[in-house]
Every structure is written in C-alpha cells, then in structure tokens.
Design a protein around this ligand. Sequence first.
Ligand code: TYD
Length: 428
Amino acid sequence: MLPYQTVFFDLDGTLTDSQPGIYACATYALKKMAWKIPSDAILRRFMGPPLAESFAKFCGMTEEEAIQASGYYRERYNPIGWKENKVFPRIRQLLAELKKRGAYVAVATGKPKASAEKILDYFGLLPYLDAVAGPVGTEFHMDKATLIRRVLPENAGKCVMVGDTVGDVDGARECGMDSIAVLYGYGENNEILASNPTHSVETTDELCELLCPGMEKGKGYFVTLEGVDGCGKSTQAALLKEKLEQFGYTVHRTREPGGCPLAEEIRKLLLSKEDGGMCPETEALLFAAARAQHIHQVILPKVAEGTVVLCDRFVDSSIAYQGDARGLKRDWIMEINQVALTRGMPSATLYLRMSAEDAFRRRLAESEPDRIEQMGLQFQQKIEQGYEQLMREYPQRFVPVDATKKPEEIAEEAFAKLFSRMIGEGIL
Ligand code: TYD
C-alpha cells in the first residue's frame, strides 16, 4: 500500500534540472543587449519568477528593456534552450513505479501547460502521468493551489505535493494535502524549510523511499561501441553519455584496451609503435587479458550498481581485428575471451557503420596512426567485413547506425534507437 495514492509534482527543480538551459538563454539575451553578465548566484534567481520580472529585478533593466531581453531569451529558448534540461536521477523510475503501484500522478507547474507537456514528452516522462496542470492561453503566473485543484481527481485518497519552492508547500497546504520539500532543487532551502513542509528530502533516493517504500534500485546496462578505425566512435561515445545523463541515467564511459590501471598498462604495450615483432597470438591474448581485468574490476561492478556502462570497443573488436583481419581462428578468440562471453556480454552494441575507405581517409587526416592503424587499408577492409558478419550473426545485439552522416545526426539516431531499446527492457 502506498503512503500517498495521489502525487503531484512540480516540474522545474523537482523532476528536471532546467538550470543549464535557463543560464544559457539568459546569458544569450544579456549579450545581445550588450549588458553585463551577472554572477551565477544572480542567474540562479532567474529560475522561478517570470522572465521580464527577473531581468528588471536582478539586472536593473527598465520595463521596456526587460521585455526586449525576454524576446532575445525566447529566441534561443524556443529552438534549443528547453531541451538543455536534465531529468534528475531515478525520477523516471519513480514515476513508473508509482504508476505501476496504482497511484494517480500529476504535474502542477508554473510553466505554460503546452511547454511543460513538450518537455515531459521529449524526455519520455509523459506516459507515466495522469495529468499536467499549468497556465493555458493567456493565463499568467497561476498559484499552485489553483493548478492542483484543476486536475485533482475524485476519490483521490491521501494526497501530496512534491516541490522545491515555498509556493509548492503553500499550495499543498491550501488544498489540505501533505507536502514534500525537495532540497536538491533551486528553492532557497531555509525558506522552504521555514514554510513547514510535511517532509523534506535531500536526494531523489530519499524521495523514492518516501513515496514508494522498498522500491528497488534501477538496473544497469552495458553498451559497447564498435566500428573500423576512424568511424567516429569517441565523438559518439561523448555525445551519447551527455544525452543519457540528460535523460536521468548515471553513465560510466570506458574503453578497451584499458578502462582500469592494469588494462591501461597493457594498452601501452599493445598500441606502442615499437611492437618488438608482436605476433598475432600475443596480441590477442593481451587484449583478452586486459578485457578480463576490465570486466571484473569495472564493468560488472558498475552495471550491478545500476550504472549505464558505455564501452568504446569490446570483444567484437578482437573477433574483427585479431580474428578476421589478423587471421586467427574465431573459435580460439572466443575461447580466450570466455570471461566476456559468459559473464560480461553487452546488452547492445552500437555499430557505427562506415566503409573502410571512408574511415581510413578520415583517420589519416586526423593524426598519426598507431601500430594497428599502420597496417593499412586492406587490413581495415577485412575488419569491416568482420563487423558486417558479426552484425548478421547477432542481429538482436547489434544496433547499426549510419556513421557517414553529420555527428549530431548520428548521435540523434543512436540515442533514439538505444533509448527505445532500454525503455523496452525496463531500464529506466
Ligand atoms: P584506440 O586508439 O582506442 O582506437 P579507436 O579510437 O579506433 O578505438 O586504439 C585501439 C586499437 O586497438 C584500435 O585500432 C582497435 C584495436 N583493437 C584490437 O585490435 N582488438 C581489440 O580487442 C580491441 C579492444 C582493440
């Protein structure tokens, strides 16, 4: 039985962290006005009150100037700023769990309803909500109690409002319901605590325990990135990490060979330009040794903690490089990589698909090739064929993405495919 059958959430500072977008848009507007950029402490106060009021109050603008600045702010906020938001960790899981346990879940926000819905939809939170209340049409700056009453169901049972400002606590009291002050948001903690909320929480973990006692921690996920040298994996791994974090996931980015001190030492041997005549078997065994350490020391513990592990290359690289390109038997490669195959296989492998020719040209234009890259185009063509075969053999695990497009387009496609897969597998 849930302690509250009806739960209202504030949006900004409670479900999502909109600070990066708000800072960036306010700074953009101030630059366009050739106005002095205030300190972060002042910019922080922009979160909450209506925009024009903030420009007037915190930057000393006249009403006319403040209206002009608000126009510039929207010039950036409407196309990009609203997406520069971040779902707080475990929020998706909490909403899903409340829904699963039969609660009525709604958002009551000072943001226009349409904008709030757009944000909740983009971040995939809308499906868990029964209602969204926010100002509509020409309505402006509505108080929380009015918004809550708009979507308060009949037979609501025991109700609570969760928020980070005094307005949220007062609104709850006015509606005769309990309140939970979240202290990880933007509200002034002293002020909100002085307003006497029923409960207060410092973290989303505490919030989860309060609203859904005994709720389990989220599951981790293991994703690898693969492709020929020069296909743009590192750029994509960085973009993917950023995006997953925006969507509320805790992410650990790592790489092979390497990822932990011992494996990084092995990496130096493997990629050094003075190979001392390293034979293919030694090479394969060193990759497998580094991998075994990495799996035990980093990958398995991180996934068990509920983290999304993004690993640049993994066992498929050994199959394509040491197997298909260096001519070692695939079976033997599999055998020496038993730790990976039996205990640590990725749930998804993002395959950045690009022809060896395109990738080779790109790679050479960038920097000095390492020992493996020095083996030339023919070698890369064998690797490409190896990957193509792996993709056909493991269609469930391989997620191919066209890597010849622009980096942002590749990132969008990669994230969309991965995110829908994760949601489908209950990785929230
Ligand atoms: P790195 O500089 O990390 O290259 P990239 O950015 O392309 O991943 O170097 C790793 C090199 O090691 C790369 O050429 C691929 C190769 N490699 C193998 O041959 N076998 C393996 O099992 C792994 C993990 C990497």
